[in-house]
Design a binder for this molecule. Structure first.
Ligand SMILES: [Zn+2]
Length: 495
């Protein structure tokens, strides 16, 4: 039983929060020297440390600390001058030590924020903490239809992922976004992914699990001033699912509250296929984990000069880039969002760098190329055409050598592997007919074939010239410059 989303938000105010786990892109694991490459033969990247064998001792990966400080600085956090790892005790078959080395009350980074742009408005999402821990292994359930444990004949465990450095980024609760809550949640994860990508600390592939989100949602009666009980939706593994998970929980919780019942604090699972969540386990409290400081590791105390040198090495971050591009390309916030949402920022920037005007670069990537990418089911940046080729096509149009229709055929040729734009123009014979004498004979034929249209134009009905332009374009198989044809027709008929 759910209620309609719009209806739910007339009575209730949503608050959401997001915990994001990011696998860092270090070459080796968090506490041992095992390689971290994705997709290797199961259990081929393990050693006594990450298998939790007795007597083995962990050693901290310095680069993982550096990456975490980078993330903290990019998210405007305070970096701890001294902190410790903690043992989080729980049993899971894919966690060989039966505890996870994590951070508890002494996270490396605290109290930051990330500004996100939604529908032309900036929303500030507070960051509670950024801490470092180790990933678990992976259970594989064999023999069932769904890959879940229910119905499986047996299970296998792959420890290749066990011990990969994992950063957890936790937002503060985000209130006050109302109807926009699902979109703000999605925009936050998008912006965070872009920040992590700019920092080059993770490959942030949601489909491979290197970026995973748990989404907390609660509702309270409008104007009550209280916060409701939250649920935690686990492993929401695409940007679209982040939005859908918040939306689905708002509708479900509203239905529960409408009956006078209470929302149960619990973990819920999001189902990609149906877009709804179902109940998981009741949520553990922190005390259930019996945290204590990890006795096998020394404290982490990043020296101030080191943190300063990391801060000085940060690249241009998405917010700064956004401000720069909006300014230099004269865009509105909404136009910028359109480019970002299509994933075309990098290619448009490269096309401008290759000589195209920002307007032309946007036009081709957001129009013809976005359409073709959509048809092919790929990102625009994955199309087999370079920004330099798109800039060349734009230059040929600007010079009058191609019209838009021919330019689209050139792009088609490049995408089909026929070569660079100039090669496609030559091979397909696509240049605009710029020789007036060649056009004039086609114009004369069009005039002769359409005496009634000609008479109307001579009577002052100049719009009728479109018929003649169309006839000439057809006769030249689209290779004429329509504006020039129109000019020549009017000259011909006024003499
Ligand atoms: Zn290892």
């Amino acid at each position: 039983m759910t209620v309609m989303y719009e209806e739910a938000l007339q009575r209730y105010e949503p608050v959401f929060g997001i915990e994001t786990h990011v696998e860092l892109g270090t070459r080796t694991k968090m506490f041992c020297g095992c390689i971290t490459t994705f997709g290797a033969e199961p259990n081929s990247q393990t050693c006594p440390v990450c298998l939790g064998l007795p007597g083995s001792l962990p050693v901290v990966n310095r680069l993982a600390i550096e990456y975490t400080i980078k993330i903290g600085l990019a998210l405007n956090c305070t970096i701890a001058s001294w902190c410790r790892f903690a043992r989080k005790n729980y049993f899971y078959p894919d966690m060989p030590k039966n505890f996870q080395i994590s951070q508890y009350d002494e996270p490396l980074c605290t109290d930051g924020y990330l500004d996100v742009l939604v529908g032309g408005k900036t929303v500030r999402v507070g960051i509670e903490r950024v801490h470092l821990e180790e990933d678990t292994g992976k259970s594989l359930h064999i023999g069932g239809a769904t890959g879940r444990i229910h119905g499986a004949e047996y299970s296998l465990v792959d420890y290749n992922r066990a011990g990969i450095p994992l950063v957890e980024i936790v937002t503060k609760p985000v209130p006050g976004t109302g109807f926009l809550a699902p979109e703000v949640a999605r925009a936050y994860v998008t912006e965070l992914r872009d920040v992590l990508r700019a920092l080059d600390v993770s490959d942030v592939r949601m489909e491979e699990g290197s970026l995973r989100c748990d989404v907390n949602t609660s509702l309270s009666a409008r104007g009550s001033g209280e916060w409701g009980t939250r649920t935690e939706t686990k492993n929401v593994n695409s940007l679209r699912s982040v939005e859908r998970a918040v939306r689905s929980e708002i509708s479900r919780q509203a239905a529960v509250l409408d009956t006078g019942a209470r929302v149960i604090q619990e973990t819920r699972h999001f189902h990609e296929d149906t877009g709804v969540t179902t109940s998981g386990r009741s949520k553990e409290e922190a005390q259930d984990y019996r945290y204590f400081p990890e006795p096998d590791l020394v404290p982490v105390a990043p020296a101030e000069p080191w943190v300063k040198s990391i801060a000085a090495s940060l690249p241009e971050l998405p917010a700064a880039r956004r401000a720069r591009l909006i300014e230099s390309w004269s865009l509105s916030d909404l136009e910028f969002e359109a480019l970002r949402n299509v994933g075309a920022l990098d290619v448009v920037e490269a096309t401008v760098a290759a000589g195209a005007s920002p307007a032309d670069a946007r036009k081709w990537w957001l129009g013809e190329l976005a359409r073709r990418a959509n048809d092919a089911g790929v990102e625009v940046s994955a199309l087999p055409i370079t920004p330099a080729a798109v800039a060349r096509v734009a230059a040929l149009v600007a010079a009058g050598s191609l019209n838009d229709r021919l330019a689209r055929q050139v792009i088609e040729g490049v995408l089909d592997g026929e070569g660079e734009p100039d090669e496609v123009v030559a091979a397909r014979g696509l240049a605009v007919v710029s020789d007036d004498s060649a056009l004039l004979s086609a114009i004369d034929e069009a005039i002769a074939a359409n005496p009634d249209v000609t008479a109307r134009i001579r009577d002052g009905k100049v719009q009728a010239a479109g018929v003649l332009v169309g006839a000439v374009m057809k006769a030249t198989r689209g290779k004429a410059d329509a504006a020039r044809v129109h000019e020549l027709i009017m000259e011909r008929l006024s003499s």
